[in-house]
Design a protein around this ligand. Structure first.
Ligand code: NAD
Length: 501
């Protein structure tokens, strides 16, 4: 996702209004858009201005159960639908998302704040899950083999796991939805999708696009709500639900894991991260600075993959920090619809205050703000792109997700120390290594406990790659050939010797 400013002219307020008017505001249940059973609604805001963008129906627990009713009714026929049919629906959905790319990008910029150029990047990334899984649909192979004794046969087949609850976060409103919906469609599962209440408009528009692509009624149900637990609570207790796939914070993921244990649900969790960005003394420093800006500033730092701790060899730390601070200080903060903007607002006032509290505590503990270090005055929840040098190794900012445009830099002197520092976290999602020595990169990758490692690359997410973490960063993988396996169960059929003896 590019951090370059958008080249297109600023978006007119008429264009914003007509797009917002085309987003369905109801709950999608059994192929129909309807009001909440109690008539309840909630507002969606623009984080750059604080203004209300739209008012959506807010699903109740009864609505959530009605959505599962619809998913359950649709499941059997959907599981029997020819893989080619499911593949072609996904392929049409890909084409439609690309055709509507400007709509999706603008919606994400409006409700989430990211600059338009980045939102366009998310459309490309998010749409690719539809195309990738359309291609995977017809290739979910089983196997047939003879038992080692040489008589009986073993047949292994994959079946859809069944109705799924999909819960998505606010930071990547399109990609987090397509990363779950596409493999579920490919596997033949029906779904209840609960988007984040801060950014549900993209999911509403995406669901409408899936229907336009030919998805049968009841396969995808969408229950946006101001009460997340009101939706998830009754569904996790319902024996018709077979899987929960959650992307969000580690504390909420843990709670859902406990609730999912009641029915021993298949559970996929994509949780928080605390990515180390390690710059060795033999790295190409200019490439490392470019990668550092990308790994830190994608989505204003509001990404689970965001570089959170810059571990730099002491011999190059000064030069790296100087160049990195110059690049960060040159970024322009503003509303995402402004073509000059490359850093949008944070999602809300609480998020901005949390980021500032971490920065202030680090500075009090001895860190130096080489650039930035404060919120931006005025409307919206903006924070200055910030580089902190001399951050003490025990500072709180190195131990938790910052989720903002702040880069703390600390130093190491040996490879062993870098590995130890990198692993000193309960998280294990993304990590980034910069060195010219491939043997060193491979050696370090083997010893660090992270689900994903970038070699001289600041952005590594790709629909064809298995995305996911170890330790408290989660369970399961999304994307790649692993992605569809999260939505299937394996059935083994033992066959008596067909020769009869
Ligand atoms: P969050 O945990 O607050 O919310 C995520 C989703 O869970 C939302 O839809 C929310 O409404 C819902 N939710 C909240 N409380 C719930 C409850 N009690 N029961 C059921 N659902 C509940 O997270 P967020 O603030 O939306 O997203 C940011 C977090 O997500 C960060 O920690 C980030 O690292 C993580 N994230 C992880 C990945 C990944 O792939 N590993 C990707 C993006 C974001």
């Amino acid at each position: 996702m590019s951090l370059a400013p958008s080249l297109s002219p600023a978006v007119s307020s008429e264009r914003e209004a007509s797009l917002l008017a085309s987003v369905p505001t109801g709950l999608l249940i059994g192929g129909e858009w309807r009001d909440a059973s109690d008539g309840g609604t909630f507002d969606v805001h623009d984080p750059a201005t604080g203004k209300v963008l739209a008012t959506l129906a807010s699903a109740t627990s009864e609505d959530a159960v009605a959505a599962l009713d619809a998913a359950d009714v649709a499941q059997a026929a959907w599981a029997r639908t020819a893989p080619r049919v499911r593949a072609e629906i996904l392929r049409r959905a890909f084409d439609l998302v690309i055709e509507r790319a400007e709509d999706f990008a603008l919606l994400m910029t409006l409700e989430m704040g990211k600059p338009l150029a980045e939102a366009r990047g998310e459309v490309t990334y998010g749409a690719e899950f539809l195309r990738w899984f359309s291609e995977e649909t017809a290739r979910d192979y089983g196997r047939y083999l003879t038992t080692p004794e040489g008589k009986n046969k073993i047949l292994v087949q994959h079946k859809p796991v069944g109705p799924c609850l999909l819960i998505t976060p606010w930071n990547f409103p399109l990609a987090m939805a397509t990363r779950k919906v596409a493999p579920a469609v490919a596997a033949g599962c029906t779904m209840v999708l609960k988007p984040a209440k801060l950014t549900p408009l993209t999911s509403q528009y995406f669901a409408h696009t899936m229907i336009d692509a030919g998805l049968p009624a009841g396969v995808l149900n969408v229950v946006s709500s101001s009460s997340a637990s009101g939706v998830s609570g009754p569904l996790l207790k319902d024996s018709r639900l077979r899987k929960v796939s959650f992307t969000g914070s580690t504390p909420v993921g843990k709670r859902l894991m406990v609730d999912a244990a009641q029915n021993v649900l298949r559970t996929s969790l994509e949780l928080g991260g605390n990515a180390p960005f390690i710059v060795f003394e033999d790295a190409d420093l200019d490439a490392a600075v470019e990668g550092a800006v990308a790994a830190k500033m994608r989505n204003m730092g509001e990404a689970c993959t965001a570089a959170n701790r810059f571990l730099v060899h002491a011999s190059v730390a000064q030069e790296f920090t100087r160049k990195f601070a110059a690049a960060m200080g040159a970024l322009t903060t503003g509303r995402g619809t402004d073509p000059n903007t490359n850093v949008g607002p944070l999602i809300d006032a609480g998020a901005r205050d949390d980021v500032h509290a971490l920065v202030s505590a680090a500075v009090d503990a001895g860190a130096v703000a080489v650039t930035g270090g404060a919120p931006v005055d005025g409307a919206g929840y903006f924070y200055q792109p910030t580089v902190l040098a001399d951050v003490p190794k025990d500072a709180a900012i190195l131990g938790q997700e910052i989720f903002g445009p702040v880069a703390p830099v600390t130093t190491f002197t040996t490879e062993e120390e870098a590995i130890k520092l990198a692993n000193a976290s309960e998280y294990g999602l993304a990590s980034y290594l910069y060195s010219r020595d491939l043997n060193r990169l491979l050696r370090v990758a083997e010893q660090i406990e992270f689900g994903m490692v970038g070699f001289n690359a600041g952005v590594i997410s790709n629909a064809a790659a298995p995305f996911g973490g170890v330790k408290q960063s989660g369970l399961g993988r999304e994307g790649g050939s692993e992605g569809i396996a999260e939505y299937t169960t394996t059935q083994y059929i033992g066959i008596a010797n067909p020769y009869g003896s």
